[in-house]
Design a protein around this ligand. Structure first.
Ligand code: WA2
Length: 281
């Protein structure tokens, strides 16, 4: 009889965990597809039309009205690829200078508003944000290539043509770990078998979405009436020996554990959901 109960508990935990993992994965996938569609929209209306048919006001309105299509995201933004020889003209047109992304101790000492940031030092190329959803307006004019995680994402996105994810890191103006999803925007219709070099050369910008993981997973789990029953943790387990806790208190150790796989669509990153019962039987 005892064995029976243990087995039942095991199955119950597994099905609850798999259900939550699938919900999170599906919502992530839905928003990823919509961010991809946004990258195509920018390519169509900003880069293919003359005169330019997209500006900050239109981008802001459209992204606010379609925010429901991107569950789990805290905001979307578009950064333009600017080569150094174009910098002066670009800054003149925009009426602002390209800014360097803050380090953490700078963030503590002053308000994060673009006016308080230092201009970006000379680089071969930059990725200044020109359009944002209102929720992330604080990143306008910041060179996304000056942040380690954002830079790696940009380079991987444009060489691959796929949506790519960062490891978890502390997003600007947020107290939690989050991730950024990036799609490159190209100026020509690339064949599906385009080489990395062709892709890099055709790149004109980067459409990105930020995910504040803890608050968004919390919101998702809240919709299910199970918070009393199980404890959920989400990990970036790309590095098997050093998983990064993205949601939930770490170091919980109360018996039965079930691990459900999470697929967020970037084969270079691995994620897992860990579930436990809150109380021992
Ligand atoms: N978006 C919002 N908050 C952030 C952030 C970011 N990146 N990086 C650090 N905090 C415009 O990949 C291009 C968005 C980057 C896209």
């Amino acid at each position: 009889l005892n064995e029976d109960i243990t087995l039942r508990r095991k199955e119950m935990l597994a099905s609850m965990c798999d259900e939550r993992a699938r919900m999170l994965q599906d919502q992530f996938n839905v928003s990823m597809n919509h961010v991809h569609a946004l990258a195509i929209l920018v390519s169509t209306f900003y880069h293919e039309l003359e005169p330019l048919a997209l500006d900050q006001k239109t981008f802001e309105e459209y992204t606010e009205k379609t925010a429901f299509e991107r569950p789990l995201t805290s905001g979307v933004a578009y950064a333009l690829r600017v080569l150094h020889l174009m910098r002066e003209r670009f800054e003149e047109q925009q009426g602002w200078t390209i800014k360097k992304m803050e380090t953490e101790d700078q963030t503590l000492s002053q308000d994060l508003v673009p006016e308080n940031l230092d201009p970006s030092p000379v680089q071969e190329e930059y990725a200044p944000v020109i359009f944002t959803q209102k929720t992330v307006s604080h990143i306008v004019s910041i060179d996304m290539m000056s942040g380690k995680e954002d830079r790696e994402n940009i380079l991987r996105a444009r060489a691959s043509g796929k949506g790519v994810l960062t490891s978890p890191f502390k997003l600007l103006k947020s107290n939690h770990l989050g991730v950024v999803l990036t799609f490159a925007v190209y100026n020509t219709h690339l064949p599906p078998d385009a080489t990395q070099m062709q892709r890099i050369n055709a790149t004109v910008g980067y459409l990105g979405a930020s995910y504040d993981v803890p608050s968004l997973v919390e919101k998702l789990l809240h919709q299910l009436a199970s918070k009393q029953t199980i404890i959920v943790n989400v990990y970036d387990s790309t590095n098997k020996s050093a998983p990064i806790n993205m949601y939930g208190k770490d170091g919980m150790d109360t018996g039965l554990l079930h691990i459900s796989n999470l697929d967020f669509g970037d084969p270079a990153r691995k994620h897992e959901m860990h579930c436990r019962f809150k109380e021992k039987p």
